[in-house]
Design a binder for this molecule. Structure first.
Ligand code: SAM
Length: 326
């Protein structure tokens, strides 16, 4: 099966599948006022609907699915979702992005259900600052969750850190933390969303400086796998951990795009920024619709634009990443 390919010859091996918009954290850069329930929105995709999404994408060459949200572990049927997607023989890797609050209890169960990789968001190594950023006093629970992932046998746990100005003072502590731990620290440049333009102006820090510092300190850029995420990965002979740098404002960022997104209510998003989404849910109601579903996904790809235009200040439809599965 050929992978999904767009007009710019980019191939899509990787699906980010949002399973809920709900989040229990109130991160200052994402949902500063907490999750706001919209009583008009449709219900989130059921396990059966999610399984059909996974099947269709799997048949179209997708090998990796990341479960995200909102906070994916807010779904009480999260283990069932993992297990259903794990049934799809073409999906080689199921990953999740989480704020980590349920990991300490659940990491081993989710691994047993078929979860292959975990990204945990952690924006500070200081418990008080963590509380300020997330609105939740759960630093030690999240740290215990990261340890639980390592104990459960996840080979390399990835830690998402939004690159903001305060990180400069914490860089040494973050590097010391990964010296003897199999953790990949992923610094994500803060993205400007519809709701966060003042915040962006105050906190945004370019990844370019960090890249220069890393290279000066002997970190080396590694080669990229076809279904890898958007990060540039750096390794260092003295460190067990790795560093990933995600720079969405880099002018070539979109050239290596290999990702599509499906929202928690079943819309296909060809890019994190700038479009309304293509309805898939009407074709998720029975197995007999698989061929039509796959045809719609395939034909939608001609609409994928060459770039997100983020560097031109276009923040598009995303009022917060949480609502379309950041
Ligand atoms: N709730 C989960 C979590 O906390 O990881 C998954 C959803 S969250 C939207 C996914 C990732 O997007 C997190 O690592 C978060 O830090 C990042 N994120 C959210 N808003 C962002 C922004 N404006 N710029 C950069 N990263 C952002």
């Amino acid at each position: 099966m050929l992978p999904l390919t767009d007009t710019y010859q980019r191939k899509f091996y990787y699906l980010r599948l949002s399973i809920t918009d709900v989040c229990n954290f109130r991160c200052t850069y994402c949902l500063p006022n907490g999750y706001q329930r919209n009583k008009d929105r449709a219900s989130f995709l059921s396990v059966n609907e999610l399984e059909r999404v996974a099947k269709a994408f799997g048949q179209l060459g997708t090998t990796k699915i990341r479960l995200t949200g909102g906070e994916p572990s807010m779904r009480r049927d999260f283990s069932d979702i993992i297990a259903a997607i794990h049934q799809q023989p073409t999906i080689k890797q199921i990953a999740m992005t989480t704020n980590g609050y349920r990991l300490a209890k659940e990491a081993s169960h989710w691994r047993a259900a078929g979860l292959g990789a975990v990204n945990v968001s952690l924006d500070s190594l200081d418990a008080r600052q963590f509380h300020q950023i997330t609105g939740q006093n759960k630093f030690s629970d999240v740290m215990a969750g990261i340890d639980a992932c390592l104990e459960a046998g996840f080979p390399m746990v990835k830690i998402n850190v939004v690159l903001m100005k305060h990180i400069t003072q914490q860089l040494a502590a973050f590097l010391a933390w990964i010296k003897h731990r199999p953790l990949q620290l992923r610094f994500i440049e803060l993205m400007e969303t519809g709701e966060g333009s003042d915040y962006f102006a105050q906190h945004h820090l370019s990844g370019e400086n960090l890249r220069r510092q890393l290279l000066q300190q002997g970190w080396q850029l590694a080669q990229r796998e076809p279904d890898a995420g958007p990060a540039q990965i750096f390794t260092h002979p003295d460190y067990q951990g790795q560093i990933g740098l995600i720079m969405p404002y880099d002018k070539n960022f979109c050239d290596s795009c290999n990702r599509l997104r499906v929202s928690a209510v079943g819309k296909l998003h060809l890019c994190l920024f700038g479009e309304q989404g293509i309805e898939l849910r009407d074709l998720l109601q029975s197995e007999a619709q698989q061929a039509s579903l796959q045809a719609r996904i395939q034909s939608s790809l001609v609409q994928k634009k060459q770039t997100h235009f983020l560097h031109q200040g276009i923040t598009g439809m995303a009022s917060s990443l949480s609502y379309i599965g950041g």
